[in-house]
Write a protein that binds this ligand. Structure first.
Ligand SMILES: [Ca+2]
Length: 133
């Protein structure tokens, strides 16, 4: 009886307190000049790497082709200084936008009122002040 109680306690501890080093969110790696979008919060579910050099600056690209429209819930990015990536609510780059600059990650875009609504994206390289070049 005592042994089974011990076993149960150990089981509960393992279940509810997984390896504490993993309890603070692991932010996934993102290659330079890219963003990675995830279907679910906390960088889970289906994911897509968007390597920006494969796209024209200033153009608006649909996420439908990547099968990620109205679906993104977390994102990680790694951008050079001055670059800005925007997720747009609508196909043509209009509606609500979600901006990314520098290096960063967001385990839940929902917190910024951007839940499962990204339909297109665009980016710019030239936000650096002119006197800075
Ligand atoms: Ca949308």
């Amino acid at each position: 009886m005592k042994l089974s109680m011990l076993f149960l306690t150990v089981l509960i501890v393992i279940t509810f307190f997984p390896n504490s080093s993993q309890s603070h969110q692991n932010i996934p790696y993102c290659p330079e000049k890219s963003i990675r979008v995830y279907e679910h919060t906390s960088f889970t579910g289906r994911r897509k790497l968007i390597e920006l050099e494969g796209f024209q600056e200033g153009e608006v690209y649909s996420l439908k082709a990547m099968d990620m429209q109205d679906n993104i819930s977390s994102v990680v990015w790694n951008l050079p200084s001055g670059w800005v990536v925007m997720l747009h609510d609508h196909e043509n780059g209009t509606g609500k936008t979600y901006q990314m600059k520098g290096n960063g990650s967001d385990p839940s875009t929902h917190n910024k009122d951007f839940r499962d609504c990204a339909t297109s994206f665009s980016y710019r390289r030239g936000y650096k002040a002119r006197w800075d070049r």
